[in-house]
Design a protein around this ligand. Structure first.
Ligand code: C5P
Length: 313
């Protein structure tokens, strides 16, 4: 009997603190990366097929690569190789997370495809095995699997739990066109070098999240979280895309508690006091004309989750 299709829903993330340490010999940077999963989701559906095939739908689907550079394809290949099976699967990505926006959309699809293929093929991979494959696929992929909130150490893939109370309300301003993550890290190194800072991992102490950030998450205090938000990649993203400074300013003037670039950008994230404040920040951003579209959502939300009946809703 042909197995029924499996659909997995997976969230976007925002980095509430992204502390970038030194450049390592392997080309990655040591990080203290505090992730929060937020309620913008992609859905990946795995259906039996004669060969690996990727399709995508959604307003930005034309920007999604449909070849083996797609993390969803790489996830299926990695799981199949480990279990000695052929990756005969059609993966359909229903895309709602901004593409190349610094919200881990590609990573989310990798984590979702892995969980979907595991269920479709009955490979029965343990959580530890899934996390190990995620870490091979990319630095943010393990977090997409687990969701909620977590501190990522190493290059961001070694996760530690972070306690969160309640829900935080966010507005995301989506820019036209993406930014390349490696380019943003390179620009971060260039800016640091230009300002005379040391830049190898050996020169710098291990990056750490601030106690104030962890306390704000633990107590569910949005005003305190606003003061603790920080992204060491922000200056680099703004340097590469100077118009982001206007977007950040428009959201702050529109009533956000705080504004920051999400991950490597160019999506900008705005923390709001409550859902009503989030709506009015969104309106202010839209009327400012400094972004392509806005999304209002909240977090934390769970990580990659199989729909019990194999299809959403
Ligand atoms: O791991 P991932 O594929 O998401 O990384 C993409 C690129 O981002 C890496 O090739 C590297 O240039 C940069 N990166 C980094 N340090 C990290 C994570 C990513 O320099 N901790």
């Amino acid at each position: 009997m042909t197995p029924a299709p499996v659909t997995v829903r997976v969230p976007a993330k925002v980095n509430v603190q992204l502390v970038v340490g030194g450049l390592r010999p392997d080309g990655f940077h040591d990080l203290a990366n505090v992730f929060l999963a937020v309620g913008l989701h992609d859905e990946v559906t795995a259906t039996p097929a004669d060969r690996l095939r990727i399709t995508a739908s959604g307003p930005d689907a034309h920007q999604v690569p449909l070849d083996e550079t797609n993390l969803a394809a790489r996830a299926a290949l990695a799981l199949a190789a480990r279990h000695g099976i052929e990756p005969r699967v059609h993966l359909h990505i229903s895309k709602d997370i901004p593409v190349a926006g610094g919200m881990a959309g590609g990573s989310a699809d990798g984590a979702a495809a892995l969980v979907a293929c595991d269920a479709l093929w009955g490979t029965g991979a343990t959580r530890a095995e899934l996390l190990a494959i995620c870490a091979e696929l990319g630095s943010d992929v393990p977090f997409s699997l687990v969701g909620g909130a977590a501190l990522g150490r190493g290059r961001g893939e070694r996760l530690e739990p972070v306690e969160v109370t309640g829900t935080f309300h966010w507005v995301f301003a989506v820019a036209d066109g993406g930014l390349s993550t490696p380019e943003v890290y390179r620009e971060c190194d260039r800016l640091r070098e230009a300002s005379g800072g040391g830049h190898t991992a050996a020169d710098l102490p291990e990056p750490q999240p601030t106690p104030a950030l962890l306390e704000a998450l633990r107590t569910g205090d949005a005003a305190a979280l606003a003061c603790a938000l920080a992204n060491d990649l922000q200056a680099a993203a703004v340097s590469l895309r100077p118009s982001l400074a206007d977007t950040l300013r428009a959201g702050t003037e529109g009533g956000a508690l705080a504004a920051l670039v999400s991950g490597s950008g160019p999506t900008c994230a705005f923390l709001a006091k409550d859902p009503e404040a989030a709506e009015s920040v969104a309106e202010a951003l839209l009327s400012s004309g400094t972004c392509r579209k806005v999304r209002v959502t909240s977090g934390p939300v769970p990580g990659a989750t199989v729909f019990p009946d194999g299809s959403p809703d």
